[in-house]
Design a protein. Sequence first.
Length: 400
Amino acid sequence: MSMIDTEAFLRDLHELRKIGQFRTGVHRPTFSPQDMESRHWLIDRLTACGLQASIDGIGNVYGRHKGSGPHLLCGSHIESQNEAGWLDGALGVLAAVALARAGLPVDVCAFADEEGHFDGGFLGSRSIIGELSEDEIDRSRNRTDGTPLRDALRTAGLDGRPRMRLEAGRHKGFFEMHIEQGTQLEQGNLRIGVVTGIVAIWQWRLKVQGQQDHAGGTTMQERKDAGLTAVRLLAAIDAEFPRIAGERSTWTTGRITLDPGAPNIIPGTAEILFQFRDVSMPALERMEATLRALVREANRRERCTVSLVAVSKAIPALCDPAMMQALSAAAEQLVSDGWQMMPSGAGHDAQNIARHMPAAMLFVPSIGGISHHWAEDTSDADLALGIQVLDNAARRFLAV
Ligand code: HGY
Ligand code: MN
Ligand code: MN
């Protein structure tokens, strides 16, 4: 029998939405004042649910169940991409709060910087499983303004705090509820997705070095145009990748910066932020080998030089069969013709926690598949069904 207070769950979501509100979404970059406001708001919520709440030295907000086990861990992230959606991450954290409020033996965690505002990404979920070194924190910079992570932690009042670690053997498994961030559920007229696997994101920084010069006086024969080399290289990637990539691989150029960026100056340098994703390691390795070969070829043919740096290489994860079974049985009971098994094209904290305990994810539909955009949305009815399925699955899995 579900004890979930759906109204309180939806109220929490709409209240958190007001912190850092941007149009119909939110703007809560990691460690920004509005992000820290949301973390302190969450601490109050966790305390109100009877959990022992804390925030650690990398910004993880944790609510520890005070009763006896066996325990589950449940959560996600509450920072957002810039000017983005109100549900990406927040949904999973407040779903965990709803389970705790219903009396389940659940620890709740909002992992810091899942959205990768700082080099390396997934800072919180990698830190909590012991995979984030002090040296990496020293080296990490903000991807938008270059602020050192150490400075951001100090400004947020987190410097010097210890970073927490998950207690070995405390949790039976980790559940993360999330929006789909795609159109499969909506197009299939489905309301629940049971996630089978989570892609790894491999992030790259390419630097093209040409020669800044006059756009008129420099002839076409003698110029070293970093912008043109960048564009030709990206076109070569897009021509070659479909031949070698996996069926569900994706690759994206999120940013091209030309310097100095004036119409009458030949760009001397270009910087490209490029990433590719897949759930299969062989597919990821093929894309890396192809990318390196295309960079070598550009350095043979172009007048500019191209350097390639790996910013981060996450590890893909398969979801736990017993936890998927609990989610599937719950979905079958509550929405028998409205659910499917499916992979995640997005990365999630669950893929890191999966290296420490069994992990599984539950998706609810994204209207129009929109995400990483302020127009991201999901109906209250789908949110309410999702939390009921999660509650049912958590109780089933605890009873196993
Ligand atoms: O980009 C991702 O897959 C995640 O939403 N940060
Ligand atoms: Mn997310
Ligand atoms: Mn996201």
